[in-house]
Design a protein around this ligand. Sequence first.
Ligand SMILES: NC(=O)c1ccc[n+]([C@@H]2O[C@H](COP(=O)([O-])OP(=O)(O)OC[C@H]3O[C@@H](n4cnc5c(N)ncnc54)[C@H](O)[C@@H]3O)[C@@H](O)[C@H]2O)c1
Length: 343
Amino acid sequence: MYITGSNPLSTQDDVAAALADAGLEVHAWHGCTPEEYNTHIRHVLSNNCNIIIDDGGDLVHMLHTEMPDKLPFVIGGCEETTTGILRLTSMAEKNTLKFPMVLVNNADCKHLFDNRYGTGQSVWDGINRTTNLIVAGKIVVTAGYGWCGKGVAMRAKGLGARVIVTEVDPIKAMEAVMDGFDIMPMNEAAKIGDFFVTVTGCKHVITKEAFSVMKNGAVMCNAGHFDIEIDVVGLEEMALEKQEQRINVMGYRLDDSRWVYLLAEGRLVNPAAGDGHPAEIMDMSFAIQALSAKYLVEHKDELHEKLIDVPKDVDMDVARRKILFWEKSIDTLTKEQEEYLYG
Ligand SMILES: NC(=O)c1ccc[n+]([C@@H]2O[C@H](COP(=O)([O-])OP(=O)(O)OC[C@H]3O[C@@H](n4cnc5c(N)ncnc54)[C@H](O)[C@@H]3O)[C@@H](O)[C@H]2O)c1
């Protein structure tokens, strides 16, 4: 078994060391450069892997573009996150994806819990321990009201913030309003926000236009998979001065009266500046990963589609086990009820 990080800042060195002690071949360290990050992926993929467990799509991308000689060894893989699924969908549409991939993120036991409650909690853990600022009474701007954005907004509200949501999807925007949040375009929200969290999977969601109207002291961070949601290059170009204020907090002076702050270089703030999701929510995601990998191996000769949903019984099985673990139980349909509902 070979393992690497899914992001240059997301590896925790003590965890990597423990995995190496446990016998895994680990190619990862915290704070690797983009070149080192790619070298780590190359090392992992040089091993004629049969199953790929990806998070964000970099393993699958490199296999197809740089190491096609390794493709015949692969039975299939599993993709953990929304951004990775977007990349796989684009490859499948172009007919360039060469092996089946299970869309783990789309399982209910994954996105309903890991994306919403995991990201919702761990993003605020990362922000709080990094900035040591109070959230109550502040204005939090959440860009994106998908599964992760819902969690980030919900937890910000719980901490006492007034929450503004920015969206491009009118239905998600309506949901945000009915959940009790305000909506407006980013360049309007930029004038009043104290904390900004991007979690869209899109690029350049906060740009120079927004930086130029932000309040002194505004804090920005990203929880989307890639570090392109906040235009960090634009911020560096605009800044008159740059100063590290605390670990993982970079201050940028934009004019005589305004400093704005960027957490964790605009990379995933929760693993980069915190511990990431608690293990007791990742257990479900990883259970889905493991059972999906088993499914791929057991059904390898019957898989004709390239994008495969997690089988519903796998999703249900993980949910049942989690409820059992909580030492709780739920009702079961009687025969009569089953007939009434499903005929
Ligand atoms: N930080 C973490 O731990 C973590 C965990 C899971 C997923 N992710 C990543 O977070 C991102 C979002 O995941 P998700 O599951 O919430 O996705 P999602 O598809 O459920 O939600 C994304 C939302 O962002 C909106 N959006 C897209 N472009 C926008 C823009 N320019 N401005 C405002 N809104 C915009 C979309 O309309 C959508 O509602 C992805 O990159 C995903 O890989 C991060």
